[in-house]
Design a protein around this ligand. Structure first.
Ligand code: T4K
Length: 395
C-alpha cells in the first residue's frame, strides 16, 4: 500500500522527513467572526477604554450569565487567578481535596493561597475525582473540595454536593474544560459554591488569556468583584485585600465573538469526535473516550487511551512517532500533580496511594481537533496511528 510505504520510508528509512508538512497541534485556538472582532477592536480603541470593567467586559459577563443561566459571572485574567480568588473569598484554610489528574494550575492555586492540596484518586472510567474515596481523606483540617470537570465531562456533582454538605466543606468546581457542557441537563456553572472557567487560547471558548468565576451566591460574587480589583469599593476606598485579576476589553471582545460562534465550534468538534471515534475504535488497543450524548458537551478534547498490553507499543513511543510526523499530540495530564514539585516531595506516599491515577497517566493521549483540523487530516492521522500500532514491535 502506497501510504504505508510512504510512512515506512519516513519513519524507518529517511527519518526527519515528516508525513505532515505543517504541524497539527493539540490546542489550536477556535476563532469567531474576524470581521466582527476587528470592528470590536476598533470600537475599543476609539472608546479609549481598554480595561477596568469596561463596556465589553460587562457585556461579556452578562452574555455568560444568560448563556449559562447563572446569577453572577465575574470575568478574570485567567482561571488560575479565578481559582485563587474563590479560595481566598471562601476563607479556606488547611487542607483541600482535589484530583491529581488535572492541569497543575488546580493544585498551584490552592498551594499559592497557603493551603495543602490533598490528592484523591480518580474513577478510571470518568477520569474525574472518585467521590467514594473522598471521605477517607477528610480530616479536622479539611476546608474544601475541588472537583475538576475533566475534558468537559461533569464530575459526579450530586455525590460531591452530598459529601460537602455532610462535612460542612466548601465545594468548588474547576470547570476550565467545561464551558458549554451540562450535568443532568443543567449547564455547568451553577454547581457548588462557585465554578471557574478558563478562556485560555487553547480552550473551547477563548479570550486569548482569561477566565470567569460563576456563582449563584450574590454575597460571594460581591466579595470576589472587590477582591479582583485590589479590594477597591469606589475610587479611594479599599475594603479588603485584593489583587489585579481583571480581564481587559480586547479579551472580552474575543470572548463575545466566540460566544456568537459556539454552536459552530461544537458542530466542528462533534464531527471531528465522531470521525476519530469511528476510525480509531476499530483499532485494537486504542479507545476514544465516551461523552454522554444526552448532555450538552463541547467535545473540545479527543482523549484516547492506549492499552499497551494489546498494542505492544507504549503510549510514549506512539507519541514520539506522531510528533516526529508533525502531529503534536499531548499526554495530558502527565505525570499528575503528585509527581510534580512541590507536591512530590511533600507527599512521597501518593505514588502508591493513587493507584488509578498512576495507571491512567501512562495511557492517555490527546489528539488534535478544533476548527483547524480537516476531515482529511483526521483520516491521515488515524491511518498513521493504525500503522504505528500494527507495526508496534518493529518501530
Ligand atoms: N484547570 C485546568 C483543568 C486546566 O486545564 C487549566 C489550563 C487551568 C485550570 C488553568 O487555566 P488558565 O489559568 O490557563 O486560564 C495549556 C494551557 O496553557 C492551559 O491553559 C491549559 N489548562 C492546558 C490544558 O493547556 P500547555 O502547557 O499545554 O500549553 P502549550 O503552550 O504547550 O500549548 C498547548 C498546545 O496549544 C500546543 O500544541 C500549542 C497550541 N497553541 C497554544 C497557544 C497558546 C496554539 O496553537 N496557539 C496558542 O496560542 O498548557
Amino acid at each position: 500500500m502506497k501510504f504505508e510505504k510512504q510512512i515506512i520510508s519516513d519513519l524507518a528509512i529517511n527519518g526527519g522527513n515528516p508525513l505532515f508538512k505543517q504541524s497539527i497541534p493539540v490546542g489550536r485556538p477556535n476563532i469567531g467572526n474576524r470581521k466582527q472582532l476587528n470592528k470590536y477592536f476598533n470600537e475599543i480603541l476609539d472608546n479609549k477604554w481598554l480595561t477596568n470593567n469596561g463596556p465589553f467586559v460587562q457585556k461579556f459577563e452578562r452574555s455568560i450569565e444568560n448563556y449559562l443561566g447563572v446569577k453572577n459571572c465575574i470575568s478574570t485574567c485567567n482561571a488560575t487567578i479565578g481559582l485563587e480568588l474563590v479560595i481566598k473569598a471562601l476563607n479556606l484554610t488547611g487542607e483541600i481535596i482535589m484530583p491529581s489528574f488535572t492541569f497543575v494550575a488546580t493544585a498551584h492555586a490552592a498551594q499559592w493561597q497557603g493551603l495543602t492540596p490533598i490528592f484523591c484518586d480518580i474513577d478510571p472510567v470518568t477520569h474525574n475525582i472518585d467521590p467514594n474515596k473522598i471521605e477517607d481523606l477528610i480530616t479536622s483540617n479539611t476546608s474544601g473540595i475541588i472537583g475538576v470537570h475533566l475534558w468537559g465531562r461533569p464530575c459526579d456533582v450530586e455525590l460531591l454536593c452530598n459529601i460537602a454538605y455532610k462535612h460542612n466543606l466548601k465545594l468548588i468546581f474547576d470547570a476550565a474544560h467545561a464551558f458549554g457542557c451540562s450535568y443532568h441537563g443543567e449547564m455547568i456553572g451553577s454547581f457548588g459554591d462557585a465554578e471557574v472557567f478558563s478562556f485560555h487560547a487553547t480552550k473551547f471558548l477563548n479570550t486569548f488569556e482569561g477566565g470567569a468565576i460563576v456563582t449563584n451566591n450574590d454575597q460571594l460574587a460581591y466579595k470576589i468583584r472587590l477582591m479582583k480589583n485590589f479590594g477597591f469599593s469606589g475610587n479611594d476606598n479599599v475594603v479588603s485585600v485584593g489583587i489585579n485579576g481583571k480581564m481587559n476589553e480586547l479579551s472580552a471582545a474575543m470572548g463575545l465573538v466566540g460566544i456568537d460562534s459556539i454552536d459552530h465550534f461544537i458542530d466542528i468538534n462533534f464531527k471531528n469526535y465522531q470521525e476519530y471515534r469511528t476510525r480509531l475504535n476499530n483499532i485494537s488497543g486504542i479507545t476514544v473516550i465516551d461523552y454522554n450524548f444526552n448532555e450538552r458537551c463541547n467535545y473540545q478534547y479527543i482523549v484516547s487511551e492506549i492499552d499497551k498490553n494489546i498494542t505492544h507499543i507504549s503510549r510514549d513511543k506512539i507519541l514520539d512517532i506522531l510528533q516526529k510526523e508533525n502531529i503534536l499530540a499531548r499526554r495530558y495530564f502527565y505525570p499528575g500533580c503528585h509527581n510534580m514539585e512541590p507536591y512530590k516531595t511533600l507527599n512521597s506516599n501518593d505514588q502508591v496511594r493513587l493507584v488509578e491515577t498512576e495507571k491512567l497517566i501512562k495511557k492517555v493521549l490527546i489528539i488534535p481537533t478544533g476548527m483547524s483540523v480537516t476531515e482529511n487530516d483526521i483520516k491521515k492521522i488515524c491511518n498513521l496511528i493504525k500503522f504505528i500500532i500494527k507495526n508496534g514491535e518493529l518501530l
